[in-house]
Design a protein around this ligand. Sequence first.
Ligand code: MG
Length: 207
Amino acid sequence: MKADRRAFAQNTRGFLPSDEGDALYEAASNLNVGGPLLEVGSYCGKSAIYLGTAAEEQGRALYALDHHRGSEENQAGWEHHEPDLVDSEVGKLDTLPIFRKAIHGAGLEHVVVAIVGDSVTVAKHWDTPLAFLFIDGGHGIQPARDDYNWWVPKVQIGGLLAIHDVFPDPKDGGRPPYECIYLPAVESGDWAEERIQGSLRILRRIS
Ligand code: MG
């Protein structure tokens, strides 16, 4: 990844550590199947810059899906709440303006396509097989189950699934991404683990 783009990504607002961003970029740069990339849970755009850069270099697109109202843990009173992201007129979080600024600033508007909406609603009408899926959406049990059930089957054989905030030890963080996405994928026998980087897991579909 070119140094200036990488520096921009590192300075973009968000909770993705740099080493995990680099791992996303590297994985998404080593795809051997066709098709677009899609991420569930874009927040302020940090991961979209790493993945969008890989997409740009390969002539692909990254679809960046988020309702931009924040996950449970971003709401008032929760661990990752950032009060300045609240739209005071609406009384809800709105990360879309920050996301758009980040993608514009990175020079990736021609590659990164924002989809603003509910994950399941979009998934129900999504038919394009994916080369790469990154799940970093709602971290509650139901949103995690929904993302697993609705999005994971859309990755084609040979494609990659990246899951963020996977914490096998409950002391390290919330369990749904581990229990409702990572474990079912591994136990299905359809996925082989390719890389572990911090709380990021990258799996390749083998059947
Ligand atoms: Mg995350």
